[in-house]
Design a protein around this ligand. Structure first.
Ligand code: ATP
Ligand code: MG
Length: 357
């Protein structure tokens, strides 16, 4: 696992269960890239407290659920490292250092934060820690010095800020020329690479409300563990505004985003698009059931593996992985932190961390 392969860092916040948006936005890429890259997958459990400080039990439960979902979709603990954010202290320490390099107004203007404040109804009473998570995410990523970050579209603004933090650190503390190209930073002595975002095959899957991004916090998600009955019911709620079978339909509506995302037979997708656009005797209800069947087929093996991890036995497997991998994660993150501290003239004394097996 400590090979010379390029690295990936990405992850999820334990604010609920994983859904179809995660699958097509990020999980599929993670599974596909596990051989080519040295992968670090992070559970951002500290960040879950930024909106759920009063729900510690829920965060703990979601942490277990998400790791089980990861295993069920094929993220492989033999090849990749699962990182529990709270047990990697270097991340919190680097968050402080990056907070000093990013202007306050720059953080607050981050478009993803603004959208989240609106969509999650956070008003003006969100915690100080909430915008801080965007800085923390720079540290999550850069602690592992990755080349690539597979994410959904909503995260691209965060990755851009992370790239700025890395450039700034390298310029201020490592003497990298401000005109250097991104790919030159490490060879010019920078501690951090300038990582790139890789958006999955569907960058933004709309929720079953037909409007907002599918999100575990917005009550508009089809979860990886949903049964066919639940999937069919949720698909049924997707509103298109179309009235009859012969009304020409808009193939750019939310329903067709689902058609293209989940019906894998290209010819059938084309046929549905043609008939729908022409209002050729095809109802939304019929298409919704066809999409629900396609989603069900996709999730069938995931649900089967997930069921094997239910209960205490599954919990023990998850905890074993997290404990074992905490050592692997800290080995890399501590090395990063030591290099960063040396660049910042903070290497007065050294330390070592370990987790008993
Ligand atoms: P929350 O509501 O708590 O923010 P979330 O559903 O947005 O939860 P995150 O944990 O924030 O999920 O996101 C994990 C990863 O999944 C990120 O890379 C994000 O871009 C991606 N992702 C989340 N929702 C979608 C979606 N609807 N379409 C595509 N990618 C998504
Ligand atoms: Mg999110």
């Amino acid at each position: 696992m400590t090979t010379s392969k390029p690295r990936i860092l990405t992850g999820d916040t334990p604010t609920g269960q994983l859904h179809l948006g995660h699958l097509v936005g990020s999980l599929e890429s993670r599974v596909a890239l596990q051989d080519e890259y040295d992968c670090y997958f992070l559970i951002a459990n500290m960040h879950a407290y930024t909106t759920r400080a009063d729900k510690p039990e829920g965060i703990r439960q979601s942490t277990m659920d998400i790791v089980k979902d990861w295993l069920a979709v094929g993220m492989d603990p033999e090849r990749s490292v699962f990182v529990l954010q709270t047990e990697v202290p270097a991340i919190a320490e680097l968050t402080w250092f990056f907070a000093m390099l990013l202007p306050f107004n720059r953080v607050m203007k981050n478009p993803t934060l603004k959208t989240e404040i609106k969509d999650k109804d956070l008003g003006d009473t969100y915690s100080f820690g909430f915008p801080m998570y965007a800085v923390g995410q720079c540290a999550d990523i850069l602690s592992f010095r990755p080349q690539l970050v597979p994410v959904g579209e909503d995260q691209v603004a965060h990755i851009e800020m992370c790239r700025e933090a890395a450039r700034r650190f390298n310029q201020v503390y490592c003497g990298v020329d401000p005109h250097a190209e991104d790919h030159e930073h490490e060879s010019l002595g920078g501690v951090f690479p300038i990582p790139e975002a890789k958006v999955g095959r569907v960058g933004r899957l709309v929720g079953t409300d037909g409007k907002q991004k599918m999100s575990k916090s917005l009550n508009n998600a089809i979860f990886l563990t949903d049964t066919f009955k639940q999937i069919k019911k949720k698909m049924g709620q997707l509103y298109t505004g179309r009235q009859s079978l012969d009304e020409p339909g808009d193939i750019d509506n939310a329903l067709f985003d689902y058609v293209r995302a989940f019906i894998r037979d290209e010819a059938r997708v084309k046929e549905l698009e043609t008939k729908y656009a022409a209002g050729d005797n095809i109802g939304d209800g019929h298409i919704k059931v066809e999409v629900a069947e396609a989603i069900d087929q996709l999730l069938e093996p995931v649900r089967a593996k997930r069921a094997e991890l239910d209960g205490d036995k599954g919990d023990a497997i998850v905890l074993d992985i997290l404990r074992d991998h905490a050592n692997k994660a800290n080995a890399v993150a501590e090395e990063t932190l030591a290099r960063a501290k040396a660049a910042m003239k903070l290497d007065l004394i050294q330390r070592e961390l370990s987790f008993p097996r």
